[in-house]
Design a protein. Structure first.
Length: 301
């Protein structure tokens, strides 16, 4: 019985140490989540302004495209606004670099594989780009070729960190390596909830020409509206991709915080159960000792 008591005591001590670690990790993830949410809000201000300017500059082209399925001759339509026959689809899949984030990665990868199996007959129909080591390793293990991978992003990634992959994605679209581009990631809803999201980034089809009427600003163009639009549309597409990365990082921190809170709560339940078992075992040992003493005293009478 003594050995059993010592074993339970060791398990209680070990579980307490584990709960202290998970509690600390929960607090770290909570701090990262707060910073990431603030970063995301700040970026939304920039993204909103870029969208406003792009919509204003492209208003005439958007109106023409909305009113006719045919491309009118004599108008310089930017290729990033035009849909073309889809021969190959590009996917940017955003996961974490490590574990301890609950089901964050598994939900993304499971739904990605389901979508690929349903929508594509073979690997020649899509191009895969991975952001995050978990996703990159997952696809490689299944023989899926990656056009590019990016690992070890910081907790609040700057645009400079992702500039290469973002620029490369827009460049691959413009050179027709793929004909449409989707970003697949977990969207941050709140600290307890995230949603798998697939957003079409290219071609840019989410601009509404009627929005241009709401903007009162007038712009002076130098050298020309078309030249500025040629530079600004890729930047707008890049901002959309970067925004998805920031959103995914926020969801990752929320998932990490939730996973560590769950682990801490589970450790507490285990400690409570072990404490009850320890008390019962100790009471049993005491009862047995008392019984032996009484029995011995009775034998001496």
């Amino acid at each position: 019985m003594g050995a059993s008591l010592n074993e339970i005591k060791q398990r209680i001590a070990s579980t307490k140490k584990t709960s202290q670690i998970t509690k600390a990790m929960q607090m770290v993830s909570a701090a990262k989540l707060t910073k990431s949410e603030a970063h995301s809000r700040q970026f939304q201000v920039y993204a909103s302004k870029v969208r406003e300017i792009v919509t204003h500059l492209a208003a005439q082209q958007l109106t023409d495209l909305a009113s006719s399925q045919d491309i009118k001759k004599g108008i310089n339509y930017n290729s990033m606004l035009l849909s073309r026959p889809v021969k190959k689809t590009g996917y940017i899949v955003i996961t974490s670099d490590g574990g301890l984030v609950g089901g964050y990665n598994s939900s993304i990868l499971k739904q990605m594989m389901n979508m690929i199996n349903e929508d594509h007959q073979n690997a020649n129909e899509y191009v895969m780009i991975a952001i995050g080591g978990t996703g990159a390793d997952f696809f490689k293990a299944r023989g899926i070729h990656l056009a590019y991978e990016l690992r070890n992003l910081s907790d609040q990634p700057s645009f400079e960190e992702v500039r290469k992959i973002v620029n490369m994605a827009t460049s691959m679209y413009q050179t027709e390596v793929f004909d449409e581009l989707y970003v697949c990631y977990n969207h941050h809803v709140n600290s307890l909830t995230s949603q798998f999201r697939i957003e079409k980034m290219l071609p840019i089809t989410d601009l509404d020409p009627s929005e241009a009427k709401k903007y009162e600003q007038e712009y002076l163009f130098e050298p020309s509206r078309e030249a500025i639009l040629d530079q600004l549309l890729p930047q707008y597409a890049e901002s959309l991709i970067y925004g998805a990365i920031v959103d995914a990082k926020t969801a990752e921190h929320a998932a990490g915080m939730t996973a560590m809170k769950t682990a801490t709560d589970n450790a507490k339940h285990i400690i409570d159960d072990l404490t009850i078992s320890y008390n019962r075992a100790r009471q049993g040992a005491i009862t047995q000792e008392i019984t032996e003493i009484v029995g011995g005293a009775a034998a001496l009478e």
